[in-house]
Design a protein around this ligand. Structure first.
Ligand code: FES
Length: 146
């Protein structure tokens, strides 16, 4: 695989290779573990260990519009917990929203504390996030997708 030829010889080759595969495919398919192990000359267990250590590495395709709500202190102090609760409730009411956004994977500080609570909606940073704002962005993304 040409992709791994570039990543398997530099520093931190396993992590860099996993990131390259995820960048290309959106996640790291199970078949990639053996390919990366061979390319980096490490065991499959080594690759699996790195793959499962980093929460940002995915082993399944991402949802259409991933939503990540900040769960760190600054956001919690201005309603982050309530936002998470209300967002989960909203997804429970709408199968379309739940399927499009997948399970909320908490993130700890998005570097947007001054505009807390913060969220990432389809990779876009949102400040002063509300359920209405997040839902509007998700629906807008879905309408814009093919
Ligand atoms: S604590 Fe939420 S963005 Fe920093």
């Amino acid at each position: 695989m040409a992709l791994l030829a570039e990543t398997s010889t530099g520093p931190g080759p396993v992590l860099v290779s996993l990131q390259a595969v995820q960048d290309r495919f959106g996640y790291v398919p199970a078949e990639a573990v053996s390919l990366i192990a061979d390319a980096c000359n490490v065991s499959r267990a080594d690759v699996h260990g790195v793959l499962t250590f980093y929460a940002d590495l995915r082993t399944s395709p991402p949802p259409d519009v991933p939503v990540r709500l900040c769960a760190a202190e600054a956001c919690q102090s201005v309603g982050g917990r309530e936002l998470k609760r209300d967002w989960e409730r909203r997804c429970g009411e709408s199968a379309e929203l739940a399927e499009a956004t997948g399970a909320d994977e908490p993130v700890f500080c998005l570097g947007n504390c001054a505009l807390a609570p913060a969220a990432l909606v389809g990779g876009v940073l949102v400040g002063r996030a509300t359920v209405e704002k997040v839902e509007s962005m998700v629906r807008g993304s879905l309408q814009g997708s093919p």
